[in-house]
Every structure is written in structure tokens, then in C-alpha cells.
Design a protein around this ligand. Structure first.
Ligand SMILES: [Zn+2]
Ligand SMILES: [Zn+2]
Length: 137
């Protein structure tokens, strides 16, 4: 399944306020990760019935809850909601390698677990960065 391609501006002030005022959240606002743009992390979905969702950051350490930005768009207008949600408890176990791959989405997410969602563009970019970091001579 391909990843949803929706993009939004992170409402930075709203996000900082939400994070610092929630129980268990950090006392001081973090300086990174709360500005710029967010990409929907769900698999392709019906934008009419399912809101787009992007994980902004962990609320506590070790992280059991994350701050998620949900949004809907009508034309150029985006409506944002910030919600603190527990992590999805699912973990993919690779029986052959013994490695574990926890789902990165929130509990009761509407689309398949994160390991079923692929983003060909991101994979390509990551591969290019890796290739660029490897000396070719
Ligand atoms: Zn989406
Ligand atoms: Zn999941």
C-alpha cells in the first residue's frame, strides 16, 4: 500500500501549546520538529471520511504517547486538530532475523500498520542520500 501524499503546514504555536500543557509533557517547548511541513503518515485513504495524520513528537520518554496532528482540507483551507494518542501496540516480528519492527502509528489507526505502507519517493531519496555518503572511488 502506498503512503498518502497529503501535506500541511504545522500550526507551530498551537502544537507547542498543546505539547507543553498536556499532562506528562515537557516543561519547556522543544526547539525542533514543530515547524515547517508535515506529511500524512497513513496509507492511502479516503480523505472524506478519514482525516490525514502526522506524528509530531513523543509526549513522554520512553514514549508511550505521541502528539499527532490531524487535518482535513477543503481546497486550500486546512483545519487542524492536535491529539495526544497512545502508540499502536502492534510489532512485526521477523522470524528469520529475529528483529522487531514496531508500528509507528497511533492506536486504532484506520489504515494498515506502518510496515505495510511504502513511500516510493522517500525510499528513493533515502537511497540517494545513502549512495551519496558512500565513497564511489
Ligand atoms: Zn492522508
Ligand atoms: Zn499499527
Amino acid at each position: 500500500m502506498l503512503q498518502c501524499t497529503a501535506l500541511t503546514n504545522i500550526p507551530e504555536i498551537q502544537a507547542l501549546v498543546a505539547l507543553t500543557t498536556m499532562p506528562g509533557g515537557p516543561d519547556n517547548p522543544p526547539d525542533t520538529g514543530m515547524d515547517g511541513h508535515a506529511l500524512c503518515e497513513l496509507g492511502e485513504h479516503d480523505a472524506q471520511h478519514t482525516q490525514h495524520a502526522a506524528r509530531l513528537r513523543a509526549v513522554d520518554t520512553p514514549a508511550t504517547r505521541d502528539l499527532w496532528l490531524f487535518w482535513t482540507s477543503t481546497g486550500r483551507r486546512h483545519t487542524h486538530h492536535l491529539v495526544e494518542l497512545p502508540k499502536c501496540p502492534a510489532t512485526l516480528h521477523h522470524l528469520t532475523t529475529g528483529s522487531r519492527c514496531p508500528c509507528t502509528l497511533y492506536d486504532h489507526h484506520p489504515t494498515p500498520h506502518s510496515w505495510h505502507v511504502t513511500d516510493p519517493l522517500r525510499d528513493l531519496l533515502v537511497q540517494q542520500v545513502l549512495d551519496a555518503g558512500t565513497p564511489t572511488k
